[in-house]
Design a protein around this ligand. Structure first.
Ligand SMILES: [Zn+2]
Length: 1082
């Protein structure tokens, strides 16, 4: 295995890779495989059963270690590739026997009841006496040439081998309903006439129709007698005569002798099968022609309409597309899979007075001879690209243009009365485009980059090549309406979407199961590239608090899914666009960058983008490119990248490194799966491909001296004195938590209290966050976590303070409706008030100086104090609601985004406090403003306010509006932003009312939204429970509606609630006592 460059390396694992394994006797191998299969089945059983099995096994081993049979047995575990038969990775168990005469006699009958790792540590300690009598060579031979399990260098001893490069087991998971691979597309040429209302006279029978004519060219890959395409068109031609097959003869297209004989439409699989009256041979090319009529819907997928307001206050419609993941098939029959790349050509006929946009730039317009009210716009064809990137739009939105230093036009399209709100986005786009061109060393390949802002959009944004679509909420910024935190979101999102123009669009994943790679990289860019390009400072540090923090918290549930999840059904694809993909993805990419170094990482990305330009790649291809760059720079990181990455991407969760002190001179480290609730294994639907064991890059320092990264699998023994200040995962560089031994924790506390600045702010954040998360999971007494924030009054850096606020927030949240909740709130108020007094200035809440971390902490402090019942804060918010909203916006036609004087940073909670204290009058004022509002950001704050009402009947009517018909109901049938409606700002009463509403109406809701899985996920995710009876309601609902089980939102709601109840049982009493004790000290 010479695929790593070992030159100049003194790394302790270098030896491992030099030995070639000798051939294995097939019989032995067969026996071993049998054994592995049995073990794998055992792993599938419940935890209890597994533990019993382990205990049995361990007892057997213990017997074998007794002096009577004169042998010592160590179980050596090497994780190998999965067994294809059932997809679970087997563990190879290798018996390593050491003759007793070499070992010191040990008559103790020890048991290994705490699991294999612990067992290994104990057995290892006993065999320490002989470990160095038996040389590496001997050990390797006795292992049959496998990698050694125990290694030592410079006083560091590793238990467990590093994982070697594994066979490529990335056989594409079979997702049902994929297209056959007998043909591939070369290009599509689509002409669409869009009958968009509101501009010219359109005959009633054509209103909101789209007349399409498609000509597409295909290459035959293997002999075939049929053509299968994706199609979810509402009216697909079903007679064979309507589908024409043509061939090229010189410049002319003539009918092919092979024609379509029958057409079979499968609406479930979303395919159309064209049987041929003959066949095509591999290597042939043919063209397919078909005309069809489509409808403009308001479904937010495929080609749909969204509304906006014109300058004269009229509501207009625009047409826009959302193709990802699988909606291009709603626009044209095509091969709608990411690796069926093709060139797209487009001509749009649209009403006079509108402008048509496409991925490629406009090349000219002309009148349509047959229909004088229409214009025809031609566009430049796209480069070869995946179908999910197809985009076009028709509207009369206002345009603002700027250009990059290389002369690429960047154009923004937005409703005209909000045109001043787009300047910031344009500015950031240009900066990021220029930054990425340098960073990737590949010029942006298209002739323009457009941004279009729409109100009705199911996602934050979509990176369509050359024509990015944004939800208005995430693209517009104006200091009068937007909070400084929205400015941060705009910057991050643009950085994300612009990075996709290369990473995702130029090089695309082969199949959706790897979509995490696209999104993880783009999410990584949100914080790093935005800061590095000089667009917004502070984001780099906020990553550790926000993105990594979110990932840790989401991924500590047993029900979390692996980043790279096998896809069995097409319906599962849309569910992949969740926080795991984004937050954990970004954290894993960041860890990789930390491991290989920024320069090697950058070089690897450049090589990857160059090598796979206009093509597709899998995640191993990226790893290979980074490995190449390591080789080129003669760097050696001490571990194989592929197995290291796979353990973080192909199994859910992440490790906690446990520290123990066996003597005064050493620490011993082991790892385990970090779970918020270790009793919830049953909710782990996804198994664990590698037995929840990770290869951990150990970043650490002893007495403020940073040490070289050391790799850890099962265990590690480091030299460390009792008095040493030992910090693992310093600067939060790895994706894992650390639980120290009591001595090390108290040494850390001592340092924090004496002079905390000896530890970096990111290390302080890590210590605070880890200690509270460990306490929350019952792995550390809360006293220890609370001791970690005892030094806080002298903390000046805002990142660790943010960590502490968040930890306290979680405690308050978990107290739920507990009777002692008030006592907890009192403690939290006392802790936070000292910072509130020091940091918050109500007269200065705009943060025009762009101090984003300051804005974040002020927002958190006010928010958390308000939630903890701080009267002063609540009164201020209420006063602002009355004086700066209601009194300023009295007029029946007032538009809140223009009249409200409440500082945008705290508008949402100010409106909520107003509605909470108010009655019908306040509710109706908010409702009036909601209906009048033109800016989506403001609309969502008003909606959050409405949801804070204490009036059950009003809340019921509010949720009912999800099902209201046009011009009816509380919102007069005005379009509802389901994401805003469901994802944000739910409070105790509105949560309860929502649950009831969902249980009663789930069939109608599913019927309405079944095609839009993003909204279905919002519906499921909004289900919550914080009491036993609410939990019982969800469980009985799921029992009677098993089909709902496929949405992870329900499992998560159940797990969150169960763990919260367990938490209360375990910790509430003690915490309250502890808080009361400490209240006097803070
Ligand atoms: Zn993305």
């Amino acid at each position: 295995m010479a695929d790593l460059d070992l030159s100049g390396s003194s790394n302790l694992v270098a030896l491992v890779y030099n030995e070639q394994p000798p051939p294995v006797d097939p019989k032995v191998l067969q026996e071993r495989l049998k054994k592995e299969k049995q073990m794998k089945k055992d792993e599938e059983k419940t935890k209890r059963q597994r533990e019993k099995e382990k205990e049995k096994e361990e007892r057997r081993n213990t017997k074998m270690t007794s002096p009577h049979n004169k042998r010592v047995t160590i179980e050596h575990v090497k994780y190998s590739s999965p067994d294809d038969s059932d997809g679970v990775k087997p563990r190879e168990v290798v018996d390593h026997t050491v003759e007793e005469e070499e070992a010191p006699e040990d008559k103790s009958d020890f048991r290994c009841g705490k699991g294999v790792i612990f067992c290994l540590v104990i057995v290892f300690l006993i065999s320490m006496g002989v470990a160095f009598i038996v040389s590496f060579k001997l050990t390797e031979q006795s292992l049959g040439g496998r990698k050694t399990i125990i290694q030592e260098e410079d006083g560091i001893v590793r238990l467990g081998a590093l994982f070697s490069s594994e066979p490529d087991d990335d056989v594409e998971e079979e997702t049902e309903g994929r297209l056959p691979r007998n043909i591939e597309p070369i290009w599509y040429n689509l002409t669409s006439r869009v009958f968009l209302p509101g501009f010219v006279d359109i005959p009633a029978n054509k209103l909101r129709l789209v007349e399409n004519s498609l000509l597409a060219k295909f290459r035959v890959v293997s002999d075939t007698k049929e053509i299968v395409l994706n199609s979810a068109l509402s009216k697909i031609p079903e007679s064979a005569e309507e589908w024409k097959i043509l061939k090229e003869e010189g410049d002319r297209l003539v009918a092919s002798p092979v024609q379509v004989s029958t057409v079979t439409v499968n609406s479930t699989a979303e395919t159309v099968l064209l049987a041929l009256n003959g066949g095509f041979k591999a290597g042939m090319e043919f063209l397919l022609k078909v005309s069809y009529v489509g409808n403009l819907s308001s479904s937010k997928i495929g080609l749909y309409t969204s509304t906006y307001r014109t300058v004269d206050g009229k509501e207009r419609e625009l047409v826009v597309t959302q193709s990802e993941p699988q909606n291009t098939r709603r626009i044209l029959p095509c091969m709608d899979e990411p690796d069926r790349k093709a060139v797209f050509r487009m001509t749009i006929e649209h009403p006079k007075g509108t402008r048509a946009l496409f991925n490629g730039i406009e090349t000219g317009t002309e009148p349509v001879a047959t229909t004088p009210d229409f214009v025809r716009t031609h566009f430049k064809e796209t480069p070869r690209m995946s179908s999910y990137l197809l985009a076009f739009a028709v509207s009369d939105l206002a345009m603002k243009v700027t250009t990059t230093s290389r002369g690429i036009p960047v154009r923004a399209f937005v409703q005209s009365d909000l045109i001043d709100h787009i300047d910031y986005a344009l500015n950031v786009t240009v900066k990021m485009l220029e930054y990425y061109e340098k960073e990737f060393q590949i010029p942006y390949p298209l002739d323009k980059l457009d941004l279009i802002s729409v109100k009705d959009f199911s996602f934050g944004a979509m990176e369509n090549w050359g024509l990015m679509v944004f939800h208005e909420r995430f693209i517009l910024f104006h200091p009068q309406v937007s909070s400084p935190l929205s400015k941060k979101e705009v910057a991050k999102l643009l950085s994300h979407e612009v990075s996709h123009q290369w990473f995702g669009n130029l090089v695309t994943m082969k199949w959706w199961s790897d979509v995490w790679l696209n999104e993880a990289f783009a999410s990584h860019c949100e914080d790093t590239a935005t800061a590095r390009a000089g667009v917004m400072e502070g984001l780099d540090d906020l990553f550790y608090f926000k993105t990594q923090g979110d990932a840790h918290s989401d991924d500590s549930f047993a029900s979390s899914r692996p980043l790279s999840t096998p896809l069995h059904k097409q319906v599962e694809i849309a569910q992949l666009f969740d926080s795991t993909t984004y937050s954990k993805g970004a954290s894993i990419v960041r860890q990789l960058e930390e491991v290989v170094g920024v320069d090697n990482f950058r070089n690897g990305i450049r090589a990857y983008l160059k090598k796979f330009s206009y093509g597709n790649a899998g995640h191993d291809d990226l790893i290979e490119s980074i490995k190449e760059s390591l080789r080129a720079n003669l760097s050696y990181i001490g571990a194989e990248l592929k197995p290291f990455m796979r353990r973080f991407t192909k199994q859910n969760g992440f490790p906690v490194v446990n520290v123990e002190r066996p003597d005064t001179m050493h620490v011993e480290l082991s790892q385990e799966w970090f779970q918020k609730d270790s009793n919830s294994d049953g909710l782990n639907k996804h198994g664990a491909s590698y037995g929840h064991v990770w290869e951990i890059p150990l970043f650490y320092e002893i007495n403020e001296e940073p040490k070289a990264v050391t790799w850890m699998t099962e265990g590690l023994r480091l030299p460390s004195n009792q008095s040493d200040l030992l910090i693992l995962n310093s600067d939060s560089r790895g994706f894992y938590r650390v639980n120290y031994d009591p001595r090390s924790w108290s040494r850390i506390h001592e340092q924090l209290n004496k002079n905390h600045t000896h530890l970096s702010p990111l290390t302080r954040l890590r210590l605070i966050t880890d200690s509270f998360a460990l306490a929350d999971a019952g792995k550390l007494p809360y006293d220890v976590a609370l001791d970690t924030i005892r030094y806080l009054p002298s903390e000046d850096d805002r990142i660790p303070i943010l960590g502490a606020i968040q930890a306290l927030e979680l405690i308050q949240k978990q107290m739920g409706g507990n009777e002692d909740q008030e006592k907890v709130k009192t403690f939290i108020r006392r802790v936070l008030t000292q910072f509130y007094k020091k940091i918050v200035n109500w007269e200065r809440l705009t943060f025009e100086d762009e101090d984003i971390i300051e804005a974040e902490i002020v927002d958190r402090l006010i928010n958390q104090l308000w939630q903890s019942g701080d009267k002063e804060v609540a009164d201020k918010l209420h006063r602002l609601f009355e004086d700066s909203l209601l009194n300023q916006c009295k007029d029946a036609n007032s538009i809140s985004s223009q009249c409200s004087k409440v500082p945008p940073l705290i508008r949402s909670i100010s409106y909520c406090e107003g509605a909470k204290r108010g009655r019908d009058e306040e509710f109706n004022a908010l409702l009036r403003l909601y209906k009048n509002e033109i800016a989506v950001t403001e609309k969502s704050r008003l909606m959050n306010g409405l949801k804070c009402s204490r009036d059950t009947a009003s809340l019921k009517r509010l949720f009912q509006s999800l099902l209201d018909e046009k011009n009816q109901g509380l919102l007069s049938g005005k379009s509802v932003d389901e994401e805003v409606f469901l994802k944000y700002g739910n409070h105790d009463l509105s949560k309860k009312i929502y649950n009831e509403f969902f249980f009663e109406n789930h069939e109608k809701l599913m019927k309405k939204y079944s095609k839009n899985t993003a909204i279905v996920s919002y519906l499921a995710d909004a289900i919550t429970a914080s009491t036993k009876s609410e939990l019982a309601d969800i469980e009985s609902f799921l029992l009677s509606n098993p089909s709902m089980d496929e949405f992870d939102g329900f499992a998560k709601a159940v797990e969150t609630c169960r763990s919260s109840l367990t938490w209360q049982r375990k910790h509430a009493k003690h915490l309250v006592e502890e808080f009361e004790k400490r209240s006097n000290r803070v």
